[in-house]
Every structure is written in structure tokens, then in C-alpha cells.
Design a protein around this ligand. Structure first.
Ligand code: PMP
Length: 443
């Protein structure tokens, strides 16, 4: 049987993600111990946030990196934690009787505890995944068939990333259910009246993003959950853009599932987590099957391991989990309020600066937004603008941002999107504004 998270082999609730080899002077421990900023004050124009130095690529490149909604850069402590794991403790987890395996298991389960604590969940309610996409697919493939009957409904919104549409389409097709999408307002907010109108008594699942990757809109998840509960629907939150910018408390949000990705919150690619409420996870059948997720296998039948292992078939991404826990430790070493104030300042400053450019239209003006600024330049295609910005060493994303229904709702092919991370500065925004002005003068 797989060890319980929280067992003596590595109790995640007792330890703060001890890195493998920490007794031997783990560099990640030194680097993540940055003193907390004591003020939420906004940095002066042109100055760089103190924590920028923690990100080697950001410091060493001449590219102004404004594509953080796609993926974030990694702090030294995350890189060090991964390297240290491979150098000092690499072994397969939960299996062998030897010391290295024990050490790897301890670090792996401690990482689960660190991530669970960060979102206020129990360790066994946190399933490791490859990322948000896999987390939503898990819920759509293993949970949806247990509740969807022909004629039932899954409700999403027009704001969703394809990862929070296509898995539900497939689940609906298989069950004979229908998929409905609540509309967005011209500002890019969820149209609450339309949401309520589409939330009928046949709605079994409501799947909504926490923060829109395309427009930055922050949805009011407790409101969505309360409305969904009123018709007995289960809630799945696409949290890909949440944890890098917001403190996530799944109890306060009240949702049943919350999926997120390590690489969007300063951790590695290929790792993420799905929070699921214990009762739901316990009642669900497994999704992928094979080694690691079993208790006893006979040719005739198999019994499954307890949570969370029931949903973790095969050798997991051990280094990724350890790297993600290091990213959580890194975020916890900073002053969350100061980061939020800094990112809000960048968004406000960028919105004000870019809006002054003739023919530039900001797409998505929700009242509550994450640090994402989508825009269009009159008479230009977003891809052309992106290519011309790239020539000036400004990295932005252009296109539909994996949100084609949203682009259709706005009647546009796509946008140019600048998305900010904690290491960006007003100087980066100035560089963007200057570069867009130059593009404007060229076209
Ligand atoms: N949802 C949203 C809102 C996203 O921004 C993304 C990534 N762009 C995803 C889902 C998918 O995340 P991942 O590719 O890490 O699985």
C-alpha cells in the first residue's frame, strides 16, 4: 500500500518542504530566505523590485519579458531545489526499502504538504497533475460521468481557456448532456444575469476560471459557488492564473475542485495540482490506472490505493513537485500584499500609458483584474504588432490566447497581451509603451 501523505515517511503537515539534502547545505534554503518587504509601497518610476535579482533569466537577458500569463520565469531557489534533488536524493518514490527512496518520498510528500497548505487543503485532497489542463481533464473524465445524465447541463463561460471548454464538451458528448456558456459583458466581465438564466435545474457542473488569461478578469468565485450550490451543481475552478497573483484559500472560495499549474506561479513546467473535496474524490473512480495507484492487484480484480494515490498512476514528476514546493516557499518568503500592490501598480500604469497612444484600444476593462493587459492597435493585426515588438526585444503574446469563443464574442481575431509578473517594473512598462509607439509610427 502506498504511504499516507502525512505518515511518518514524510508528514507534510509537520514540515515546511524540507529539500532533499538540506542537511548538506541546500542552496535553495539560503536563497529563499529573502527578508520580507515591510511596506506595500509602490516603486518609483524606473526602479526595479528588490526580488527581481532572484530570477537569473530576467536579470541576464535583454528581453523585456511580458508573457507571464503563458509561463513565469523561475527563481534561483526553485532551480537549486531541482538540482539538489537530482544530485543528492534521486530515487523512485513510495517503493524501495532503501535510504534514497525514503529521502525522495519524504521530500515528495512534504512538497504535497507545502502546496496543500498554500491553498488551505488537506494533503490527501491534492492530486499531482501535469498542470491545469490535466487537472480539469481528470475532473471531466472521472467525476463528470458519475453525475451527468442525458439532458443534463454543464455551464462554463465565454471567458474560458480551451482547457476549460473542450474536456467538458467531450464529457457532455459521452453523457448525452449539453454544454452552455454564460456570456461576457463588453468590459469582459461575466454577465451575471446571463449566468443565472443559464444555470437551470439540470445543471450538474459549473466550470469557471478564477482569472482570465486573455483579459485578466477576476471572477467572483464565492458568488459563482453560491449560485451553483443553489441548484445542486458541483464547481470546478480553472485556477491557472490564480496562485501567482492571489492568495488561494479553497475553503473560503468554497469550490469543489481547483486546478492549477506550477509553471505559472514561478515553479517548473510539467507539474501542477488538482484540489478536490475529499468526499467527491473518494466517491470517484480512478482515471488513469497502472502502478502506484493500486492496493492489491489480482488478474480478476484490483483494489485501489487511498487518496491521493488513487489518482496518481505511474512514476510521478518528483523533481517537479519539489520545485513547485520551492516556488511556494519562495512566494511565502515575500510580502504578498507588497507583491499585489506592485502588480496592481504595473497594471494601472500600463493601462494609463498605453491608452494615450492614438488608435490603441484596451480589450477587457473589468473592475477587478489580474496584471494582464490586452490591446488592439487600429488597422493592424495582433501578430504583426507582436513581431514588431519582438524586434525591439519586448516579449508579449499575440493571438486568441486559447480562448477562441471569447475572441468570437468580441468579434476580434485576437489581441496583443502584455502580462506582468512580480519581477516586472515600471521601466518595463515604459519600454513597452515606447516600442508600441514606434510600431504605431511604422504602420
Ligand atoms: N486555463 C488558463 C486560464 C490558462 O491561462 C492556462 C494556460 N495558458 C490553462 C488553463 C492551461 O494551463 P496548462 O497549459 O499549464 O495546463
Amino acid at each position: 500500500m502506498s504511504p499516507q501523505p502525512g505518515s511518518a515517511r514524510g508528514d507534510p503537515s509537520q514540515e515546511k518542504s524540507p529539500q532533499p539534502g538540506s542537511a548538506r547545505g541546500d542552496p535553495s534554503q539560503e536563497k529563499s530566505a529573502r527578508p520580507r518587504s515591510t511596506s506595500g509601497s509602490i516603486l518609483a518610476k524606473g526602479s526595479q523590485p528588490a526580488w527581481r535579482d532572484d530570477f537569473p533569466l530576467v536579470v541576464d537577458t535583454d528581453v523585456v519579458y511580458l508573457d507571464n500569463a503563458a509561463t513565469t520565469q523561475k527563481p534561483r531557489s526553485v532551480l537549486a531545489a531541482i538540482e539538489t534533488y537530482y544530485e543528492t536524493a534521486n530515487a523512485n518514490v513510495h517503493r524501495a526499502a532503501h535510504r534514497l527512496s525514503d529521502e525522495a518520498t519524504r521530500a515528495f510528500e512534504a512538497a504535497r504538504g507545502t502546496v496543500a497548505k498554500r491553498v488551505n487543503a488537506a494533503p490527501e485532497e491534492v492530486i499531482w497533475t501535469r498542470g491545469t489542463t490535466e487537472g480539469i481533464n481528470l475532473a471531466a473524465a472521472a467525476y463528470a460521468p458519475t453525475v451527468l445524465q442525458p439532458g443534463d447541463r454543464v455551464l462554463v463561460t465565454e471567458l474560458e481557456h480551451h482547457s476549460n471548454i473542450v474536456p467538458w464538451q467531450v464529457a457532455c458528448q459521452r453523457a448525452g448532456a449539453t454544454l452552455a456558456a454564460a456570456k461576457v459583458t463588453p468590459a469582459g466581465e461575466l454577465d451575471l444575469d446571463d449566468f443565472e438564466a443559464k444555470l437551470d435545474g439540470r445543471t450538474r457542473i459549473v466550470a469557471v476560471s478564477h482569472v482570465s488569461n486573455a483579459l485578466g478578469t477576476v471572477n467572483d468565485i464565492p458568488w459563482v459557488v453560491a449560485r451553483a450550490k443553489s441548484v445542486g451543481a458541483t464547481t470546478v475552478v480553472d485556477g491557472a492564473q490564480g496562485p501567482a497573483h492571489l492568495d488561494i484559500d479553497v475553503q473560503a472560495l468554497g469550490c469543489d475542485f481547483y486546478a492549477f499549474s506550477g509553471h505559472k506561479m514561478y515553479g517548473p513546467t510539467g507539474i501542477g495540482a488538482l484540489f478536490g473535496r475529499r468526499e467527491l474524490l473518494e466517491a470517484m473512480p480512478p482515471w488513469q490506472t497502472g502502478g502506484e495507484m493500486i492496493e492489491r492487484v489480482r488478474i480478476e480484480e484490483t483494489t485501489y490505493a487511498p487518496l491521493p494515490f488513487k489518482f496518481e498512476a505511474g512514476t510521478p514528476n518528483i523533481a517537479g513537485a519539489i520545485g513547485l514546493a520551492a516556488a511556494v516557499d519562495y512566494l511565502e518568503s515575500l510580502d504578498g500584499e507588497a507583491i499585489r500592490a506592485h502588480e496592481a501598480d504595473l497594471l494601472a500604469y500600463a493601462s494609463a500609458s498605453l491608452s494615450q497612444i492614438e488608435g490603441l484600444e484596451v480589450v477587457g476593462t473589468a473592475r477587478v483584474k489580474g496584471p494582464v493587459l490586452s490591446f488592439l492597435l487600429d488597422g493592424t493585426h495582433p501578430h504583426d504588432v507582436g513581431a514588431l515588438l519582438d524586434q525591439q526585444a519586448i516579449a508579449v503574446r499575440t493571438g486568441h490566447h486559447c480562448a477562441m469563443p471569447l475572441m468570437d464574442a468580441f468579434g476580434i481575431p485576437g489581441t496583443v497581451r502584455a502580462s506582468f509578473g512580480l519581477y516586472n517594473s515600471r521601466a518595463d512598462v515604459d519600454a513597452l509603451t515606447q516600442a508600441v509607439r514606434k510600431v504605431r509610427s511604422m504602420l
